[in-house]
Design a protein around this ligand. Structure first.
Ligand code: ADP
Length: 303
């Protein structure tokens, strides 16, 4: 791999920052007119705007006959562009099922899920893998970065596969790495990184392709509190500076307090939602704790 000296890295970062801004400028609201529609795929365009994610009365039923589990029972909500939203709920409430359906790993029994205006519940397997590659970024509890690649190579992989020019990849990786404070770790292999650094590499990998939606599944679950705080601050930065739209499933009230809105689910239904508004993170945390306590959870554990 070509090695950058400090000056080159700095100049690349400046260029990368500009490019990121240009890319953000280029993102246009999706309209029906602008969409390449595949026959059979419906397009949802609500009045007054385009949510990145629109879940419409989704149901997921497992099992058959006498042994049915209604994991999702008529869930509807939107996530708008640039939002940062948490999904909370007790164990067994349907969080994983919901995330799996949105990420198209699992299929809904009924209802529709629209991502960037496209109904993903109707997609066939080839279109699904394209959708996951182009529209989604994933961050899991375990970073899932590849052990045999350096941090740089892990972050760059999706762009390399897409045959993005080498120079552009370097600029984009440098820019995202700077935002996530992992520039110093780019040449290292995963075994040389801390858990928190690995998660920030995973966040960089998720965001590098400019996905419509970043899905995070308990991203702080395996981190100590200091690393968790750093990762949550990184997410906040990705949301504010790079306008990433993030949907995070978490049981942790502290993690949820970094988001702008928390949707609580119970027994496969939306129980309530809290919007942060102008409140400080701490005030929002206290309100989250109240709902968690009302639902019968331990503040740091059950939800
Ligand atoms: P959470 O992530 O909030 O803990 P899940 O989405 O994993 O909840 O589960 C919701 C409900 O669906 C639970 O009652 C669970 O037992 C059930 N469930 C999840 N996956 C399956 C499956 N593959 N087969 C049968 N039941 C399932």
């Amino acid at each position: 791999m070509y090695e950058l000296n400090a000056l080159e890295a700095k100049s690349l970062f400046q260029k990368g920052k500009k490019m990121t801004e240009m890319l953000i400028d280029k993102i246009e609201p999706v309209t029906t007119a602008g969409l390449q529609q595949t026959p059979g795929i419906e397009t949802y365009v609500p009045a007054g705007g385009q949510p990145v994610l629109h879940c419409e009365n989704i149901e997921k039923v497992y099992g058959s006959r006498g042994n049915i589990t209604r994991a999702l029972d008529g869930i509807s909500f939107n996530v708008n562009k640039g939002e940062y939203v948490a999904i909370m709920g007790a164990s067994g409430s349907g969080k994983t099922t919901l995330l799996n359906c949105i990420s198209s790993i699992d299929r809904v029994t009924s209802g529709h899920i629209y991502v960037a205006g496209r109904d993903i519940t109707n997609l066939r397997s080839k279109q699904l893998s394209q959708f996951r590659r182009d529209d989604l970024g994933f961050i899991f509890q375990d970073s899932n970065i590849l052990d045999t690649l350096t941090a740089y190579e892990n972050i760059a992989l999706a762009l390399t596969i897409k045959k993005v020019p080498h120079r552009e990849i370097e600029m984009r990786v440098a820019a995202v790495a700077e935002h996530l404070s992992i520039t110093d770790t780019l040449k290292k292999f995963p075994y040389q990184l801390s858990g928190g650094q690995k998660q920030r590499v995973a966040a960089a990998r998720a965001i590098i392709t400019n996905p419509s939606l970043v899905l995070a599944d308990e991203p702080t679950g395996a981190l100590d509190s200091k690393s968790a705080k750093m990762l949550l601050e990184s997410f906040d930065m990705l949301n504010k500076n790079l306008l990433a739209t993030i949907l995070m499933v978490t049981h942790d009230s502290f993690a949820a307090s970094y988001t702008k809105r928390v949707i609580f689910i119970q027994d496969g239904k939306i129980f309530t939602e809290l919007v942060r508004g102008d409140q400080s993170r701490k005030e929002f945390f206290n309100r989250i704790i109240e709902v968690v306590s009302f639902l019968g959870g331990e503040n740091n554990d059950v939800l």
